[in-house]
Design a protein. Structure first.
Length: 214
């Protein structure tokens, strides 16, 4: 029997998944929670085989929770759930997820993902696989070097590009599979490195120095 826990702050969504799992003879839903702290507590009481983990939850978001899960339960299967219809999967290996599903996916795909992660340790559908392949084909961008030998890392450039596209720290976190706190930390470091006073200054500097192409 495959034991599953759902972590999602939308009760109606959890109930829908619960109904789906009831129809799967080899799956047992042992708990459903609406935030990251409750999930971490539930894992201590009864460790499942699979966690269906929402990215956007109050308190600790899915990425922060996943980081803690990997520290304590390295072999636990985690399938990321998100309503964002943009494949952020090039960072799946970094954050440690075993699979990735849009919330708009079919019931059949949810079943396939759960069984695949349980038996094989991973699940990537066609769109996810294409996104990962595309990321491998992209040439690595040369790290920009500014005046006074200031060099930006690839991650800092990625964050800066998203800032210039008006993404919030929360949105940057979801897109790059980092926590909003980490995204905000990158923003502060960029302000310090580039010698500007605020986010507006970052954008002007990024365009002026040719770091990003708007």
């Amino acid at each position: 029997m495959i034991k599953v826990i759902i972590a999602d702050d939308h009760k109606l969504f959890r109930q829908g998944i619960a109904v789906l799992l009831e129809d799967m003879e080899d799956v047992s839903l042992i708990d459903d929670v609406d935030n990251g702290n409750e999930l971490l507590a539930a894992l201590k009481d009864d460790l499942p085989d699979i966690v269906l983990l929402d990215l956007d939850m109050p308190g600790k978001n899915g990425i922060e929770v996943l980081e803690e899960i990997r520290q304590q339960y390295a072999e636990l299967g985690v399938i990321i759930l998100t309503a964002v219809d943009v494949p952020m999967v090039p960072y799946l290996d970094i954050c440690g997820a075993n699979g990735y599903l849009f919330k708009s996916t079919s019931h059949e795909e949810v079943e396939n993902a759960i069984r695949s992660v349980y038996r094989e340790g991973f699940y990537f559908n066609k769109s996810v696989s294409q996104a990962m392949l595309g990321s491998l084909k992209k040439p690595q961008r040369k790290k920009p070097t500014l005046k006074n030998n200031v060099t930006l890392s690839n991650r800092e450039v990625e964050v800066l590009e998203l800032i210039c596209q008006e993404y919030t720290a929360k949105e940057i976190g979801e897109k790059l599979f980092i926590s909003p706190r980490t995204a905000e930390g990158h923003r502060r470091h960029l302000i310090e490195k580039l010698g500007v006073k605020n986010t507006a200054g970052l954008i002007v500097k990024a365009i002026k120095e040719g770091i990003v192409d708007i």
